[in-house]
Design a protein. Structure first.
Length: 167
């Protein structure tokens, strides 16, 4: 299966047809050149692949509503309300899919609680990175690896990192 290249000029239709999150194997900022942000995006995409991957916000909306507390909600509304986090890359918001629980889909409460604990000191890029990077408070395991079985420990790590970051 071939995936479309993600470029600043690729249309939403090109990227949503038949794929949740097309694999980006090569960033195309300029012919033969990648930026630091391109490399960071590719690293995040690789890190999240085992945890549901990444999807563009507008592609998620095409799939219908998401359950929150027993009610159907629009994904863009959930993002705008801070119920989901994402980050911007080439004019699109990318959502880490581990924030959804199946079947449903519904919004998973664990990631929401961790994001609330981290507070506003982390932007979307920092949040996305925080979940997949090894964390000293978690014995060098990533928060996303510990989320399901050790949520209290992940919340403690988030609290500690918030205090370290915010001062």
């Amino acid at each position: 299966m071939s995936h479309p290249q993600s470029t600043p000029t690729t249309t939403a239709l090109d990227l949503c047809a038949g794929d949740w999150a097309p694999a980006v194997t090569q960033a195309v900022s300029a012919p033969g050149a990648t930026t630091a942000q391109d490399r960071a995006f590719i690293a995040l995409q690789n890190a999240y692949r085992a945890h549901g991957g990444l999807s563009r916000l507008h592609c998620l909306n095409a799939g219908g509503g998401v359950g929150v507390k027993g009610q159907g909600c629009d994904v863009e509304d959930l993002f705008a309300a801070g119920e989901l986090f994402g980050f911007q890359w080439y004019g699109s918001i990318w959502i880490p899919m581990f924030q959804f629980a199946m079947p449903g889909p519904t919004v998973a409460s664990g990631p929401q609680r961790v994001v609330a604990e981290l507070g506003s000191t982390f932007d979307g890029w920092a949040l996305a990175s925080w979940f997949v990077e090894p964390n000293t408070w978690l014995a060098s395991r990533s928060p996303i690896e510990c989320l399901d079985l050790r949520l209290p420990d992940v919340l403690g790590a988030a609290r500690a990192d918030r205090f370290v970051t915010a001062g």
